[in-house]
Write a protein that binds this ligand. Structure first.
Ligand SMILES: NC(=O)c1ccc[n+]([C@@H]2O[C@H](COP(=O)([O-])OP(=O)(O)OC[C@H]3O[C@@H](n4cnc5c(N)ncnc54)[C@H](OP(=O)(O)O)[C@@H]3O)[C@@H](O)[C@H]2O)c1
Length: 336
């Protein structure tokens, strides 16, 4: 059994991790952290875990977490992760970081988009990006895996095959993305209060959403050329789920059927991407680790659809996929 710790255990992604780990045959959860000093039982923080875990959430030092665990999921906000990760790695743990702190290669890009100087910049270039459908070979030996953002993995998985095959132009791709409110986490913010977002749909982060450089970085790696996107996220009055409707310019005479066939070929052997004939919907992937993608032609405009559950394939499910690869297990362990 592998000893697992979760930092930021009171949050939404931690809850989803715990639900998955409860049915994972090779993991034993040994430490859960919070900044609260009264050591609340995890079942008080997350009542849905009643009967599944009997552990407190504790205000533990990173050294203590390192002593107890072999692998640590950092489910912390950005900046808090880069405080924790170096000490965890020094203590011999392997780390899967769910925050954005280790996703970007360039500390200057991180500072520009996140507004903070990166305090662990030398690790950025060598950190493995934890999207198994694209970087599966690099994950098993990694000590630190940067788990992707939820909007980013949903966008990237839809566009990657078409870019890799040269079917679409790498510039000017419009990504119209919609997310449920849990994408913003459990930590209270004005914009995610019920009376602010219920019965309302709004765009936000136009031109400055932090997932933009991450999408561009990974798609540039996949296609071998510089990719640019106009990323337009929207907050939806629903709990969970992401739908991306993406509008690239076509540079091929290939038909939609040929593009769909190329997508199927690209993801052959990848159990969690489904190239579907129907239009993807958040309901079809809710509470699962699937990403559904499909391609349509609307008059002269190609449209690529992709859908995920932001908390599962967009966060905790793919984190467990990464855990499985790091442990040499089947990717699907605990996830289906
Ligand atoms: N939500 C999603 O759909 C999603 C998807 C992909 C990636 N992510 C990323 O995953 C990470 C966790 O997201 P989440 O949605 O689980 O967030 P969350 O629900 O807000 O939980 C984060 C937890 O971290 C702790 N925390 C907050 N600020 C902290 C600080 N400065 N130092 C130490 N601990 C702190 C809090 O616990 P205490 O107050 O108990 O200490 C909080 O419960 C974030 O980096 C997020 O961007 C989220």
């Amino acid at each position: 059994m592998i000893k697992v710790a979760i930092l930021g255990a009171t949050g939404y992604t931690a809850l989803e991790l715990l639900k998955i780990l409860a049915r994972h045959p090779q993991s034993d959860v040994v430490a859960l952290t919070t900044r609260q000093t009264r050591n609340p039982p995890v079942t008080e923080v997350h009542p849905s875990l009643t009967g599944l875990f009997d552990l407190p959430c504790e205000d533990l030092s990173h050294e203590e977490v390192g002593r107890r665990a072999d692998i640590v999921f950092c489910a912390l906000p950005h900046t808090a992760s880069m405080d924790a990760v170096p000490q965890l790695l020094d203590s011999g743990c392997r780390v899967i970081d769910l925050s954005a702190d280790y996703r970007l290669d360039d500390p200057g890009v991180y500072e520009k988009w996140y507004g903070h100087v990166h305090t662990d910049p030398t690790r950025l270039k060598s950190t493995v990006y934890g999207l198994p459908e694209l970087f599966r070979d690099q994950i098993p030996d990694a000590d630190l895996v940067a788990n992707p953002g939820c909007y980013t993995s949903t966008s990237i998985l839809g566009l990657a095959p078409l870019l890799a095959e040269g079917f679409i132009e790498p510039n000017g791709i419009i990504i119209d993305a919609k997310s449920g409110v849990s994408g913003a986490g459990r930590t209270p913010k004005q914009g995610t209060l019920y009376a602010e977002c219920n019965e309302s749909v709004t765009a936000y982060g136009i031109g400055n959403h932090r997932h933009t450089p991450e999408i561009e970085q990974i798609l540039s790696v996949v296609s071998g050329v510089s990719v640019s996107v106009a990323f337009n996220p929207h907050l939806m009055p629903m709990d969970r789920g992401i739908l991306c409707s993406m509008y690239p310019r076509v540079r091929t005479t290939a038909s939609v059927d040929e593009m769909m066939a190329a997508c199927r070929e690209f993801y052959s052997g990848q159990p969690f991407v489904r190239v579907v004939e129907h239009i993807p919907a958040t309901k079809h992937v809710a509470y699962t680790n699937y990403c559904d993608i499909s391609v349509r032609m609307n008059r002269d405009q190609l449209v690529v659809f992709s859908a995920t559950d932001n908390l599962i394939k967009g966060a905790s499910g793919v984190a467990v996929q990464n855990l499985n690869l790091m442990l040499g297990l089947d990717q699907q362990t605990g996830l289906i």
